[in-house]
Write a protein that binds this ligand. Sequence first.
Ligand code: PLP
Length: 403
Amino acid sequence: MEIKLTKRVEGIAESATLAISAKAKKMMAEGRDVVNFGVGEPDFNTPDYIVEAAIKAMRDGKTKYTPASGIPELKKAVVEDRFRATGIEYSPEQVVVGTGAKQPLYNAVACLAEEGDEVIVPSPYWVTYPELVKYCGAKCVFAVTKPENGYKMTAEELENAITPKTRLLILNSPNNPTGAVYSESELSALVKVLEKHKNVFVIADEIYRNLVYGEHKHVSIASFSEEMKSRTIIIDGMSKSYSMTGWRLGWAIAPEKIAKAMGRAQSHVTSNANSIAQYASLAALTNVEKSDAFISDMRKTFAKRRLAAIEKLEEGGAKFIMPEGAFYVFIDVSSAFGKTSEGGKIIENSTDFATALLEERGVAVVTGSAFGADDYVRISYAISEEALKKGIEILCDFLRRAK
Ligand code: PLP
């Protein structure tokens, strides 16, 4: 019997980041020594006070359904946290708590874009955006960013991408995979364009907002004016800031009409996010001092590894995008294209490169093609400094030896 899948799911690709991690883990299970640069999650334990709050929640019987869009206390904590971080005031009714940041992101796209609509996605982009847009039946319009602009979309690139069909812009700062962080003046230029196109909404994915290094600062596009605030859906969550990827807890902060629609949609799909994770997140967001200390320590560790990675890559002669935030480095491996690896594999693209590097030298990276930039591979520095240095040495050596 032929199984006929819907058009909606047929076009969806498997998440490349998860696929490479799975392959690396399988090799490790077989006893191979692997440096796994594929990971997209902080390598820290969730802090104890958050874990304790989860245990307490279970003991206190907070194990039942909650309101579909989240418990009121958590929504209040989310808006207070937002106010501390950005000075922007929101009401708890504007918050929709979901399963990770991914679910609110999907809900936001689903509420605003459908067949016939266009969604602008600056490229390189996080793997999931185009797939979500496709899933909602809308069309992705990629705005290809340039090295001379730090791989950030300019006003001109945005203007050129907008058509009467544009409904949404998905802006991700700090960016996965490039680590680019939009400055106030770079955002201000985009805002000027958006002010001319009133029907375009922005999804601002700020999941890495706490992981910004050096002189760079996170600025939210919603902070420019009341109007921008009323046209922006913020995506944020616990995964990266609190090392809570497995807890699956994130949220959107949106204009009330959109938040209500997202809540209604979610109530029929998953209902509430895990109740225990909600109470644990409440403890994280309300224990401000402890959480600030945890995030600051984690940021310091990442900042140190970022410098170590930059130094090693420069030493090894690799070309890469200077990361300003998140915990990734995007490395240009196109110098190996058209060549053969030491193990005899012909390298034509980033997937060939990543496959050969993993199989021959035990280093797992994510192919740039998954992010819309086939000249690159992504490494994550959410691994120990020792493994990071070793892996980069091997990668640079592999790159040099391709003949
Ligand atoms: N947005 C970006 C840019 C990400 O890199 C990720 C995770 O890798 C997410 C959203 C999703 O976060 P979560 O795990 O909370 O769903």
